[in-house]
Structure formats: C-alpha cells, structure tokens
Design a protein around this ligand. Structure first.
Ligand code: KG4
Length: 339
C-alpha cells in the first residue's frame, strides 16, 4: 500500500445480505465479506423486513471486523467509509448507515453515502480494469429494471425503465407459482437448463418508441397459461416452461438494449444487478453483442448480487470526485439511479 492509495471501507445492508469490504483505488478488492440471510428467509417464501433488520444488527460489526482483518488494515488506514443509503428496505438500510456513522464519528473519517444502483454498475469496474465511462448499463435487480447511460463515474441518466414489475420480480413470482420457492431467480435459472426455449409462448408488451419496459402483462400471460394447464388436470413441464419464460424476458431486455445502442451510438454495454447472473440473459446479450458488434461486460457471479465491494468502489469515485456526506445522512428507501 503506498501513500497515494485510496482505501475505502464499504458497507451494504439494503436487503438480506450484510456485507463489508475493503477496496483499494476503486478497483482492487482487499476483502469481501458477505453474510447472507437467504436460507433463513426461505421458510417464509421471501424477505421479512423486520427480521432482516434484526439479523443485520447481529451481523454488521462481525462483518466489518472480518473485512478489516482480512484486508490487513485498521480503521486508521481507511480514507473514507462508504455505505448504501438507498434504495432498499428502510430498517435494513438504517443498520448499515448507523454502523457507518458510528465508525466515522469515532475515527473522524469521512462518510460517503452510496446509491445501491450505482454500486451494482461499479461491480463491473472491479472485474474489468480497462472499463471506463461512457457506456450503457442494463441494471436488473429484484426491484429495478433500467437502461442507464453512464456518462462519467458520477453522472448517469436513465434512458428507459420498467413501468410496472421489475424483470427480477416477474421471474421470482412465476418461480413461486410453479413451486420452485425462494429465492426464485437462481432456482428458475437452474430449472430451465437444457429446456426448449420455444415450448411456451408469452405476451409481448409494446412500449412504442420508448426504451421503457413492461413485465406485468408477460407475467399475467404466464399465470394464465399455468392456470389453464392445471384446470385441464395436466402437468406443467417445469424445465421447458422455465426456459421459455426466461428466454422471452431475456430477449426483450437485449432487444431494448440494442435499441438504446442505435439511439445513442454507444457500443459499450454492461450488465449489472442480481438478475445479470441469469444464464438466459447472458446468452441473449452474448448473441446481441456478436450480431451488433458491441463490447459487452458483465460482472463475475459473486459480484452480480448484493455485496459491499461494489459499494466501496462507487464510494471511491464519489470520494475522489469531492463528495462526502455529513452524519445527518438518512436512509432513502426509494432512491432512483442518477441521484
Ligand atoms: O441485485 P440483487 O442481489 O438485490 C437487489 O438489489 O434487488 O438482486 C436480487 C434479484 C432477485 O430477484 C433474485 O431472484 C435475482 O436477483 N437473481 C437471479 C439470479 N440470481 C439472482 N435472477 C435470475 N437468475 C439468476 N441466476
């Protein structure tokens, strides 16, 4: 570590992962600790917000301790503490935010509030040293589906977004209905492997000339088919159904990104967020990148879903860009990208 290195401690607790990480110069992961609650929430079929907050309280300081120890640093070596302040579950966000504020209060280190969605985009910087703005990014997580124009490390513009359900929500819901349980996304992905992607057909929602999405009609068309099949006393072919449904959603997302490339002329494209782990989505984007000559990036699987390394990376770019927050920073559960 040289004197010129900027070391950021990142903290994440927006949903059901408690995480802490130390990152050097926004790009090099020195430690990356994640305590996931997913197995616990499985019994309830989804995240129970109050229980998530209580579990964050138990896990937050052990995670921070482990992250510092694994990186071989102390709080003295840290230049700033970056923490997710939104979007997410309010109680869950407040646990990470309070821990970060406490550390800043005792150490005098600056606090940097990070937009969780910007963090997902920055996961790509941790995987690809050559990647720099500007580029287009499809941000697809449990609650968001957006095409974002990343103009610089701090400046972003939303070019298109879902008008109803997020793609992740549409996948999670159908996973539950066909009996795959929680967490639906990864289970649906696994269930569809090797399936016939043309076995079932789903609605298309045309959003005119915009880059917006709509997934509620597609989800309803899947629910209607499931009900009809069950009413006839027949079985759904889970593998083929999962494959066709994810293929359909993946191609809508890829087609929209191609439209965004044509509109902007920007040919560097990234994927970000939990759903970017989806193999059908990656395949659709791989095909589109070959056909349209795009430079395509997606983070390695561990960095697709919630983690604190991406928060530390986003915090680094805010920090060196001159932005810090005071200790009155509050949680912003409905924060949008670009803010
Ligand atoms: O980004 P993330 O970890 O948390 C949010 O910020 O929302 O995303 C969680 C979402 C969930 O909907 C989860 O089912 C989905 O990412 N997900 C997947 C896969 N892995 C995680 N969806 C589809 N295929 C996957 N392999």
């Amino acid at each position: 570590m040289s004197d010129k290195d900027v070391i950021i401690l990142g903290i994440e607790s927006s949903c059901d992962e408690t995480a802490a990480s130390v990152v050097k110069n926004g790009r090099i992961i020195m430690s990356d600790i994640i305590a996931s609650q997913a197995d616990f929430h499985e019994q309830y079929g989804g995240v129970v917000p109050e229980l998530a907050s209580r579990m964050h309280v138990d896990a937050i300081y052990p995670c921070i301790d482990s992250a510092l120890k694994e990186a071989g640093v102390t709080l003295d070596d840290i230049d700033a503490v970056a923490v997710t302040y939104g979007p997410g579950l309010v109680g869950a966000l407040l646990v990470g935010l309070s821990a970060a504020k406490g550390l800043c209060a005792v150490s005098g280190k600056p606090l940097v509030g990070v937009n969780h969605l910007h963090g997902h985009i920055c996961a790509n910087y941790l995987c690809f040293p050559e990647l720099e703005p500007e580029f287009l990014c499809l941000c697809v997580s449990g609650g968001n589906t957006q095409i974002i124009h990343v103009k610089s490390y701090q400046e972003m513009e939303i070019l298109g977004k879902t008008r109803d359900d997020a793609a992740g929500e549409a996948i999670d819901k159908i996973a539950r209905v066909i009996g795959l349980g929680y967490p639906g996304g990864p289970k649906m992905d696994k269930a569809g492997q090797g399936g016939d992607v043309h076995a079932y057909e789903f609605a298309f929602n045309h959003m005119g000339d915009t880059l917006d999405f709509s997934f509620s009609g597609i989800k309803t068309s899947a629910l209607n088919q499931i009900n009809k099949i069950r009413q006839k006393g027949e079985e759904i072919d889970i593998c083929n159904f999962a494959a066709s449904y994810q293929h359909h959603i993946a191609h809508i997302l890829a087609d929209h990104m191609v439209k965004a490339v044509e509109k902007t002329g920007i040919k560097t494209v990234c994927l970000a967020g939990g759903v970017s782990a989806n193999t059908f989505l990656r395949k659709a984007f791989d095909e589109a990148s070959i056909k349209h000559d795009l430079r395509l990036y997606y983070p390695k699987l561990r960095l697709c879903t919630d983690n604190a390394a991406m928060i530390a990376s986003a915090g680094y770019y805010e920090f060196i860009g001159g932005r810090t927050d005071d200790l009155a920073l509050n949680a912003a559960p409905s924060l949008k990208a670009g803010r």
